[in-house]
Ligand binder design. Structure first.
Ligand code: MF3
Ligand code: CO
Length: 250
């Protein structure tokens, strides 16, 4: 396994990629409403990404057919946008997007409520988001990678939710997926030692019920086995000597 350390110039390009991706997510958040199709969300996302002079990194990645992964309710990740899938009041929708700016990647995901959701759905979205921030409290040169993983899992378990185990976060840079893999559970003091200049996509995927997931016949869409809701939150972060910098948030 080889984990790349980015140079100051590379970090500056990844900062710009992240800033752009943060804006793409902010804009996409504004169009989420009952009645919109997941296809329209993808098309708007692709347009936004290109308007910033970036390429959508997911489009055609291992055959994935869209720019934005749009996953509704019990869909965990990698939902395929469709004209027939119309969001309705009370749904939750996870948007995962990746951009390439001058050869450098950023990857981030947000989960939104569609109109008004019940308290249960809102809580899942908020705990999933917070679990990322609990994790990155340990994102710092000298710590172990799984200190982050353990913190995410420990926080989420308090709420009785299931932490998805079959999918993980990842290193990121001139490629979308680099070493190391970053599970959202694990033992403290395990995993590689973090170094300044590493860039990581940390992405808790949290289920309201069981952690177990299945794949649909389309070969992409991951769903919860029990049909309960799932949420996703992700940012690209830079490890520094005294902590980390979140690159894909404004
Ligand atoms: N953010 C996801 C990941 O990190 C989505 C990429 S899958 C793709 O793996 F195929 F849609 F690109
Ligand atoms: Co990712």
């Amino acid at each position: 396994m080889s984990v790349t350390i980015k140079s100051p110039r590379e970090i500056e390009l990844m900062r710009e990629a992240g800033r752009i991706l943060a804006q793409v997510h902010d804009e996409l958040g504004k169009i989420i409403r009952p009645g919109i199709s997941t296809y329209d969300i993808d098309k708007e996302g692709e347009k936004l990404i290109r308007s910033f002079g970036c390429e959508p990194s997911f489009l055609n990645y291992e055959g994935y057919p869209a720019s934005i992964c749009v996953s509704v309710n019990e869909e965990v990740v990698h939902g395929i946008p469709s004209r027939r899938r119309i969001l309705k009041e009370g749904d939750i929708v996870s948007l995962d997007a990746g951009v390439i700016y001058k050869g450098w990647h950023s990857d981030a995901a947000r989960t939104h409520a569609v109109g008004k959701t019940d308290d249960k759905a809102a809580k899942l979205i908020e705990v999933t988001r917070q679990s990322f921030f609990e994790g990155i409290k340990f994102a710092k040169a000298g710590n172990h990678l799984h200190d982050i993983s353990n913190a995410i899992d420990a926080y989420v378990r308090r709420f009785g939710y299931g932490v998805v185990r079959d999918l993980v976060g990842h290193g990121i840079g001139s490629r979308l997926h680099e070493d190391p893999q970053i599970p959202n559970y694990g033992q403290r003091s395990r995993g590689i030692r973090l170094e300044a200049g590493m860039t990581l996509a940390i992405e808790p995927m949290i289920n309201a019920g069981t952690w177990k997931v299945s794949w649909l016949d389309d070969g992409w869409t991951v769903v919860t086995r029990d049909g309960k809701l799932s949420a996703h939150y992700e940012n690209t972060v830079l490890i520094t000597e005294d902590g980390c910098e979140i690159l894909s948030l404004l």
